[in-house]
Design a protein around this ligand. Structure first.
Ligand code: SF4
Length: 442
């Protein structure tokens, strides 16, 4: 198993104080989440980011020297950090620097990196939605906890590209999350190929963080993250039995009552051909147990229609499952062959027209469910995080039930005061649409 050779690589030179280090960590986190690799040397990097310090004259001199060295060794350099607050000083000496941004402007650093070496967005292998790659706002951050995957789903090439599961040590992840929260992040989005398998490769080896031993295990990780006071959202969770252990953390308000579980299908025959575990009855029992303990829990999932060999009966079974499971947010893909995936050799490909028709029927069934579930929220109070302010001062927000870019929004058309991105406010839901809600500040 080899890693993808084509992943773009970024070098990072970090100088300065602990605050600058937080920025560097944040930049590394986002780069990794978007599929970039961090190059240990100048020669292997497609671009080099120099995070500078400008506090003392000696630090300024050191920073300028580092910029010069990066330019000599690599040629493509982006400068950020405290010295970046005086771009003229840098550009006078080094006019070929590609971009200069000030301290804590890592989103601008990401934009500059994207311009030099765009992220290789591939919907089949990426964990971060394409739109999220454009500009990750300051108030939320993707926290990647592992790389690779031990499953061998027949439609997927991740294990081939990225290899088996390799988890990051638990203290490293928790420290990174802590640094992100200290740097202003209010929502952590935990991502991996299989979050529930976190730490299996490490035999759940423990490490100390904040004076206590924590295992490299989803439950301990969720518990630790829950201590940071930020929103914690778990993506790509498989319904293994130990997932039940994070439900009490949701009931206590430590982790958002949101689970993103890619079911992909419901027919045992199709799941078997996909080489995925799955037992509809067990899944439905699980869902009702979770809802019993945390009634507001929002479940998101994704499905594939038109997988090779999917019959009308299989598809009807999937629709019946949707009707019973009543999931909150659902994405549906028409099956597409991915180069190198074992599923390409399966017989009985489903004709495109049939895929299309199934996709429309699937979406119609789910849309009704989603709308009914959103309607139930009218009159309720919800806590929302502000993502953006629109031209008319209206606020585009999200509740616990909405992950950025992939789920809906809660819109406040006329906020009682001017809101800022990243603020968390209370609203009462007044209206519901197909995907979004409208609320009034309370
Ligand atoms: S769980 Fe399956 S679909 Fe997900 S990355 Fe692993 S092999 Fe691919």
């Amino acid at each position: 198993m080899s890693k993808s050779a084509a992943a773009p690589k970024v070098g990072l030179v970090s100088l300065g104080c602990p605050k600058a280090l937080v920025d560097s960590e944040r930049i590394v986190t986002q780069l990794k989440a978007e599929g970039y690799e961090i190059s240990p040397d100048y020669a292997g990097a497609d671009v080099v980011v120099v995070n500078t310090c400008g506090f003392l004259d000696s630090a300024r001199a050191e920073s300028l020297e580092a910029i010069g060295e990066a330019l000599n060794e690599n040629g493509k350099v982006i400068v950020t950090g405290c010295l970046g607050a005086t771009p003229d000083l840098i550009l006078e000496q080094y006019p070929s620097v590609l971009a200069v941004t000030g301290p804590h402007r890592y989103e601008q650093v990401m934009t500059a990196v994207h311009e030099v070496v765009p992220p290789r967005h591939d919907p089949f292998v990426d964990l971060v939605p394409a739109a999220g790659v454009k500009l990750t706002p300051r108030h939320y951050a993707y926290l990647k906890i592992s790389e690779g995957c031990n499953h061998r789903c027949s439609f997927c090439i991740i294990p081939h590209l990225r290899g088996d599961l390799v988890s990051r040590p638990v203290d490293e992840v928790l420290r990174e999350a802590e640094a992100l929260v200290n740097g202003g992040v209010r929502e952590l989005l935990v991502i991996s190929q299989d979050t529930s398998a976190y730490g299996v490769d490490l035999r759940h080896k423990g490490a100390e963080w904040r004076g206590r031993e924590r295992r490299a295990h989803m439950t301990d990780l969720a518990e630790g993250l829950g201590e940071l006071g930020a929103w914690v959202r778990l993506h790509y969770v498989y319904p293994y039995p130990h997932v039940d252990d994070v439900i009490p953390l949701m009931a206590e308000g430590k982790v958002l009552p949101y689970l993103d579980i890619p079911f992909q299908h419901a027919s045992p025959r199709v799941l078997k051909a996909m080489r995925r575990p799955g037992n509809q009855e067990k899944v439905l029992n699980r869902l009702s147990a979770w809802r019993r303990d945390v009634p507001e829990i929002a479940i998101r999932s994704t499905f594939i229609v038109g997988f090779p060999g999917e019959t009308d009966e299989d598809f009807e079974e999937l629709l019946a499952f949707l009707g019973e499971a009543r999931l909150d947010r659902v994405g549906c893909f028409r099956y597409e062959a991915v180069e190198g995936a074992p599923a390409n050799d399966l017989p009985d490909a489903v004709p495109e027209a049939v895929k299309e028709e199934r996709w429309h029927r699937f979406m119609a069934v789910q849309q009704e469910i989603s709308m009914a579930k959103l309607d139930e929220k009218i009159g309720r109070r919800m806590t929302v995080i502000v993502d953006e302010i629109d031209d008319e001062d209206g606020a585009i927000c999200r509740s616990y039930a909405d992950a950025p870019e992939i789920d809906g929004n809660v819109l406040i058309e006329e906020p009682a005061r001017r809101l800022r991105p990243g603020e968390i406010v209370e609203v009462e839901i007044a209206e519901a649409g197909e995907y979004d809600l409208w609320g009034r500040m309370v």
